[in-house]
Each structure stands twice: as structure tokens, then as C-alpha cells.
Design a binder for this molecule. Structure first.
Ligand code: NI
Length: 185
């Protein structure tokens, strides 16, 4: 079941989430719902507080691989690099910030077995840090020096329309009504 994603301003996003004490049926259902919600968004990761559940649990989808982390802890970090980042709870924006290039994480998987993620890098490392921040009530915008650097990401359809307009102006595309039709919302 797809659950609604809370957006910045909702106090649940600012709470320090509690540890998961027992991985029971309701937790399994929550994990399934979070995976479905993340995929539908679509997003690279989703933390339980984002669907209104203040528990230390997150799901990540990188390179077609789903990772479930329960009670995660970052046990090792490398030097930081500058990255672009966005969040489903801060819709319509992205920003640049510094994050560790590589991280190692200790957590439980959805079966309650210990999970060791050693020297994760790239988008996976970024998502691990971003989701674990969510569990501490932190959003990526808190890590930016100034919100002046926050960029507005225009809706995809608007961007596509602008690109089409530019191509047409450059004489690269015929002004054909049928090619500009979009599917209804
Ligand atoms: Ni997020």
C-alpha cells in the first residue's frame, strides 16, 4: 500500500526516531509499504518518519537493489565530497552539500540478521547518510551552509515543454500539435 509522504513542516520529520525493538508483522508490512511508496514516488530512499512512523528504519533503492536498514549506525566515514541532493519530503528543490564519499554501516536486515555494509560509495553512500539523517530528525537542507543555494527543480513536463520549444525555435522540430500532446493528469 502506498502511504502519503510527509513534507517539511511536519513535526514527525523533526523527531529523533526510536529503535525498532521487535521485527514483527506490522514492521514487515511497513517495510513493504515503504518500498512500494519509494518506487511509486519515485525515490532512491525512504525513511519511516517520512511516512509518519518515528522508527529507525529505512529503505534504499540503488542500482535495482533494495536495501532495508533497521536501527542503522554509521561506523566509518571517509573524507567529504560535494554532491547534489534532493528529498521526497522537500519536493520541488535540490541543493549542493558535503557528504562523506564512503561510509560503512551496521544495521539489521528485515529478517533481524546483522547487516554490515562496508565502504559503500557513490549514490548508495549518499543515500545511506541521507536516510540515517532522517532517523535523527535531520533533513539535507539543514546541512547546507545557506538556503540561498537551494535550487528549484521544475516539474519534468515543464522542462520537456521548454526543451521542445527551444528545439522548435532552432528549427530542429516541426511545429506539429500531435507531437506536443501529453497524457492527461
Ligand atoms: Ni529524504
Amino acid at each position: 500500500m502506498i502511504r502519503p509522504i510527509l513534507v517539511v513542516g511536519n513535526p514527525v520529520l523533526r523527531q529523533k526516531a526510536k529503535r525498532v525493538s521487535q521485527i514483527d508483522k506490522s514492521i514487515q508490512r511497513l517495510i513493504d509499504d515503504m518500498i512500494e511508496t519509494m518506487k511509486a514516488a519515485p525515490g532512491v530512499g525512504l525513511a519511516a518518519p517520512q511516512v509518519g512512523v518515528p522508527l529507525r528504519l529505512a529503505v534504499i533503492d540503488v542500482d535495482d537493489k533494495i536495501t532495508v536498514i533497521i536501527n542503522p549506525e554509521i561506523v566509518k566515514t571517509s573524507a567529504e565530497v560535494e554532491l547534489d541532493e534532493g528529498c521526497l519530503s522537500v519536493p520541488g528543490f535540490w541543493g549542493r552539500l558535503d557528504r562523506a564519499e564512503r561510509v560503512s554501516v551496521k544495521a539489521l536486515d528485515r529478517n533481524g540478521k546483522e547487516l554490515r555494509i562496508r565502504d559503500a560509495e557513490g549514490l548508495f553512500a549518499q543515500a545511506l547518510q541521507h536516510e540515517i539523517n532522517h532517523l535523527d530528525g535531520q533533513l539535507y537542507i539543514d546541512r547546507m551552509d545557506t538556503l540561498d543555494k537551494l535550487q528549484r527543480s521544475e516539474p519534468l513536463r515543464r522542462r520537456e515543454a521548454d526543451e521542445r520549444e527551444a528545439r522548435r525555435a532552432a528549427g530542429l522540430e516541426e511545429d506539429d500539435e500531435s507531437s506536443t500532446k501529453t497524457t492527461p493528469d
